[in-house]
Design a protein around this ligand. Sequence first.
Ligand code: S3P
Length: 184
Amino acid sequence: MIRLVNTTGQRPRNLILIGFMGTGKTTIGKRVAKSLGFKFVDTDQLIVRKAGKSIPKIFEEDGEEAFRNLETEVLRECGGKSRQVISTGGGIVVRPENIAILKESGYVIWLKAGTDAIFERVSRNRNRPLLKTANPRQTIDELLKLRENLYDSAGHFSIRTDDLTMEETSFGVTECAKLALGLA
Ligand code: S3P
């Protein structure tokens, strides 16, 4: 899945990172934004700011549907702007309308990782309501299977990150972004 050469005749406005929880979208997004001289935004942070409460609280008090509504709203808002690296929540691809907004808002890179690498990375953090289950490893496995095709259809390019350091992934994403956004 390589759609690096842009044939639309228009430069993408933004660089967008998608991928499962724990694939490093935020850490890598911040680094890449710095390298490109772009603003960094994170849809989860925008949601927290809009709702005035944490993600676990939104899920607990208002439910996942309310969270997904906010997610579409903030994606639409930031997607309309330019020269940003946008890091997204892992479930952004579950709504087909979001996939359309993603594609039209920028060049979309899918940060890929397998169950083992993800489990290892998310075990250190308790801020993810969807993984508060009896068997989080199994939940990751099941959600990944459900979402893999969605990430694939939303992304213009993908990078397998399991064995890469954050520095290596950031370098790959930056170089790819320069080409795709015409900044090289
Ligand atoms: C979610 C991923 C989270 C956050 C929310 C739901 C998901 O973002 O948006 O907890 O459905 O995968 P991260 O991918 O940044 O952890």
